[in-house]
Design a protein around this ligand. Structure first.
Ligand SMILES: Cc1cc2nc3c(=O)[nH]c(=O)nc-3n(C[C@H](O)[C@H](O)[C@H](O)COP(=O)(O)O)c2cc1C
Length: 188
């Protein structure tokens, strides 16, 4: 089993989402590809089409580097069977670096396409995603959580439907939900 493990907290030490993801990955046991998407995530730029599209012949050296990196991110996604993503809620949504990562993996012709009836996700092989979400005050699944619904929609768009949310939310209030998240992980 190939596991893609992605962390996104800007907190490198004492990050609860990172700790929970580590626990889960150890539990799952498999070949792990790790990427820290909290940093070094460039923004899409120099776009020429209605998507992340720049024709080969028009690509500058900078564009070529960006597409090479995007290909790497897409490849590791396609090669995985299980994806563990840890994400803290920052200002009601995911951290900006997570959006930058997603902008690089949503690639027309590689991870989605448009047909007459609408968009079709090209990731078809029943990947399982565990999404570990932490927050200080926002209850996951509440009307002010724009992180979890965005993630579900974004992954669904690429064809990934099997998404299990593990919430360690409202941690500034008490650690009940941290205990629940740890319990949920121990049962996987
Ligand atoms: C820049 C920033 C913005 C945050 N915004 C929110 C927020 O909008 N809602 C919330 O409930 N918690 C917010 N938090 C708190 C984090 O979600 C919380 O501390 C969480 O545990 C962070 O995950 P980590 O422990 O993996 O670093 C914010 C934290 C930071 C650093």
């Amino acid at each position: 089993m190939n596991i893609l493990h992605l962390d996104s907290s800007a907190r490198k030490e004492n990050s609860i989402s990172r700790k929970l993801a580590k626990e889960l990955v150890q539990k799952l046991q498999g070949q792990v590809t790790y990427r820290d998407i909290s940093q070094n995530m460039p923004f899409v730029d120099g776009i020429k089409g209605a998507g992340f599209i720049i024709p080969e012949e028009e690509r500058t050296e900078k564009d070529r580097k960006l597409f090479k990196f995007s290909d790497e991110l897409v490849d590791e996604l396609l090669e995985s069977n299980v994806i563990v993503i840890s994400v803290p809620i920052y200002n009601f949504g995911p951290p900006a670096s997570v959006k930058a990562w997603f902008d690089l993996i949503a690639r027309a012709g590689r991870t989605f396409k448009y047909e007459a009836t609408g968009p079709v996700g090209l990731i078809k092989d029943n990947k399982k995603v565990y999404l570990i979400v932490t927050s200080g005050g926002v209850p996951v699944g509440s009307p002010v959580d724009f992180c979890t619904p965005w993630f579900k929609q974004a992954l669904n768009f690429l064809g990934i439907k099997d998404i299990e949310i593990i919430a360690a939310d409202q941690l500034a209030i008490n650690d009940d939900n941290l205990k629940k998240a740890k319990e949920a992980i121990s049962k996987i």
